[in-house]
Design a protein around this ligand. Structure first.
Ligand SMILES: Nc1ncnc2c1ncn2[C@@H]1O[C@H](COP(=O)(O)OP(=O)(O)OP(=O)(O)O)[C@@H](O)[C@H]1O
Ligand SMILES: [Mg+2]
Length: 327
């Protein structure tokens, strides 16, 4: 099963520009989490910090006892092998076939024989629904196919932690829905810990077990999906409703004075109670998501500290609906 990722008091700046400060959260083992946040709030920087490619000035990222910020580089490199990464743009090599692109990490990081590589690559190509396209160049396929090829490549080294940076960017709503289902099916099959950065409200509403949001150099909140989906915190409510009114402005973030004025004027209020749509279930024939079972216990233990609206939404999600029984 996946591995827990503990982020503890992380602060990152570039020169004098502070990106975020004192970010702490735990990605529970094998669960799916989403990180939201307006453009430029440092979501990609956050992912890069988790794998140790960027070094925050303060804090720790603990994975199996290795600190991806401060441990010796050799240990960080070793731990990085646990990760599968899916980049914002797919990041495929344009001159290589999909097969060679997806085989690349295996050829680079393992000494497997070509026959074994072929078996693994074709299996992953099958999982993401690209059988038959393996001989094509990235330029010859659609954006959605490139995304799935990027996901297949992220999967070849049997990752226990998968980081996806805007897997939906450039996809139409239908393809995004298929991708959401693919992520959940994948989670059911390999039980890897997943962190997805996205702006897509449908993914946010239907895919994750947990959700967080970066805004104004801070982690606004991180917790069970129902906490954010029912949150009355103005920036969260505004973002999830996709409204202009509220603390989030056109140029990434409204400045401090505008923000203060907004709050005085009650910006962000007025949307009324929001309904929480059910989380996606694995497709028929897929195994039960072990993470969903573990999460149920984990959330039960923290129920007492959750806001009432979140508690109600969680309890409702356990009630069988016309759509089928919940796990
Ligand atoms: N290597 C770097 N050197 C200097 N500044 C950087 C570097 N990488 C990112 N930044 C800055 O950090 C801030 C956050 O960037 P980041 O790419 O993490 O935003 P994001 O939340 O992923 O945005 P988007 O939703 O548009 O992808 C930006 O102001 C960016 O200019
Ligand atoms: Mg980004």
């Amino acid at each position: 099963m996946g591995i827990e990722v503990v982020v503890d008091g992380l602060t990152k700046s570039f020169g004098r520009q502070n990106i975020w400060q004192n970010v702490s959260l735990t990605l529970p083992a094998g669960e799916v989490s989403v990180m939201l946040g307006p453009s430029g709030t440092g979501k990609t920087v956050f992912l890069k910090s988790i794998i140790g490619l960027l070094k925050p000035e303060q804090g720790r990222v603990l994975i199996n006892g290795v600190d991806m910020v401060n441990s010796p580089e050799r240990e960080i490199m070793e731990t990085r092998k646990l990760f599968g990464l899916m980049f914002q743009d797919g990041a495929l090599f344009g001159s290589m076939s999909l097969f060679d692109n997806i085989a690349f990490p295996l050829r680079e990081h393992t000494r497997k024989k070509e026959s074994e590589i072929r078996r693994i690559v074709m299996e992953r190509i099958d999982i993401v629904g690209l059988l038959g396209a393996e001989g094509k160049l990235p330029g010859e396929i659609s954006g959605g196919m490139r995304k799935r090829a990027g996901l297949a490549r992220a999967l070849v080294l049997d990752p226990q932690i998968i980081l996806c940076d805007e897997p939906d960017s450039g996809l139409d709503p239908v393809r995004t829905a298929y991708l959401s289902q693919l992520l959940i099916d994948l989670n059911a099959q390999i039980d890897a810990t997943m962190l997805i950065v996205t702006h897509n409200l449908d993914i946010a509403a239907t895919v994750p077990d947990n959700m967080g949001m970066l805004f104004c150099r801070n982690l606004v909140t991180f917790g069970p999906r129902e906490v954010l989906l029912t949150s009355e915190v103005p920036v969260v409510a505004q973002f999830l409703a996709g409204r202009r009114e509220g603390p989030i402005g056109m140029s990434e973030e409204k400045d401090a004075a505008t923000l203060a004025a907004e709050q005085v004027n009650g910006g962000g209020a007025g949307a009324g109670p929001r309904t929480v749509v059910p989380q996606l279930e694995p497709s028929p024939g897929m195994p039960v998501r072990q993470a969903a079972l573990r999460r149920r216990e984990r959330v039960a233990a923290m129920m007492g500290q959750l806001p009432q609206a979140a508690r109600t939404a969680i309890l409702n999600s356990y009630t069988p609906t016309a759509g089928g029984a919940r796990p």
